[in-house]
Ligand binder design. Structure first.
Ligand code: ATP
Ligand code: HSE
Length: 321
């Protein structure tokens, strides 16, 4: 459950008094998510999501995240819109945490996405990349190549307990990624965490993206590599070629990939798999026993790392070449 910081009704009423959102009717903590504390807030004018930003979110990055959601929403991307206070600001403080409210997005996330949904994500991701052009603020990706080894150093002593293969394979992956990481790919604003739980659907149609708290400037195709990892593998860790084809074709139809971007897909996908293995391993080690947060399995991403390492041609992802 992701309510690390609880709030009282009195605190919430005082917070809401700076907004034109009507009277508080009810509120409850939202169990899903692992990063921040989220509350669903009902007022006489509608429902909103209130987020209290926790450990991994740097306060200085919040104007980037909130500004980006606003920018994308204004340019036709369906995503939460930060709610403005009467003084014009969107960022406040509640229970000693930075806090903001955003509009509620209709839809549900899919536990078992099908190829049709992968195609929707591919199209939506490409549209988001195009819509992000010209956004005035920038943010470095804080979970990219340079950040992986320090993260690994903090948790590697616990790797053997999970799987004896984890340590040697991660060390070998880090070396290869450090030697081969591509540098000159087209960059822009990326979501960087576009997992199924961050994409809402109404029926088979994508209804919106949430959770922009890893968004940053980086190679656009890295976002696609994250999606390949998050959307196109089955529970037994097998890659689903039909899903890969659907995701990549739909992306490519909206924002055509260059030859360099296509060639970089295997190494970027391997890097993306390592990134999620590392943050999951870190959380696995650091989250206290008995805590209500659902820990995610780092080994799912060891399996994906193996798959990407063995790729010989991008046709294995479903790209026609
Ligand atoms: N704008 C929104 N509209 C509707 N529901 C939302 C919205 N934002 C968040 N939620 C709900 O809150 C849950 C957690 O939100 P979110 O994924 O942003 O949290 P997080 O702690 O940052 O999680 P993550 O583990 O994905 O990084 C979502 O699964 C969704 O149910
Ligand atoms: N989407 C991530 C959690 C947030 O970084 C994961 O599944 O590991």
């Amino acid at each position: 459950m992701a309510v690390y910081t609880d709030i009282t009704e009195a605190e919430l009423r005082a917070f809401l008094s700076d907004y034109d959102v009507g009277e508080l009717q009810s509120y409850r903590g939202i169990a899903e998510g692992v990063e921040n504390s989220n509350f669903l807030v009902h007022t006489t004018t509608g429902q909103f999501i209130l987020t209290l930003y926790e450990k991994r979110v740097n306060r200085d990055d919040l104007p980037f995240f909130l500004g980006l959601m606003q920018y994308l929403a204004e340019r036709g991307v369906s995503c939460p819109l930060p709610v403005h206070r009467r003084d014009g600001g969107t960022l406040g403080e509640l229970a000693g945490r930075p806090a903001a409210m955003v509009t509620f997005l209709e839809g549900i996330w899919l536990r078992r996405p099908m190829p049709v949904h992968c195609a929707e994500v591919g199209r939506g991701l490409a549209e988001m990349h195009l819509a992000g052009e010209g956004f005035g603020l920038t943010r470095r990706n804080s979970l990219t190549l340079e950040d992986w080894r320090p993260l690994w150093e903090k948790s590697k002593d616990h790797a053997d307990a999970l799987d004896p293969a984890l340590r040697p394979e991660t060390e070998a992956s880090l070396e290869r990624l450090e030697a081969e990481w591509p540098r000159d790919l087209p960059e822009g604003v990326i979501h960087a965490d576009l997992f199924p739980d961050n994409v809402f659907f109404l029926g088979d149609s994508l209804s919106g993206f949430i959770d922009f708290y890893f968004a940053c400037n980086d190679a656009l195709v890295y976002d696609l590599a994250v999606c390949l990892n998050a959307w196109c593998f089955e529970r037994d860790h097998a890659f689903n070629l039909t899903k890969g084809r659907a995701l990549l074709a739909a992306y490519n139809a909206t924002r055509p990939l260059s030859d360099a971007e296509i060639a970089a897909l295997p190494i970027l996908s391997m890097g993306a798999a390592l990134r999620f293995m590392l943050t999951r391993l870190y959380d696995w080690v650091m989250t206290p026993e008995g805590s209500l947060v659902v820990k995610k399995d780092p080994l799912e991403y060891l399996a994906r790392m193996r798959f990407h390492k063995a790729i010989r041609s991008v046709t294995e992802y479903g790209l026609d070449r």
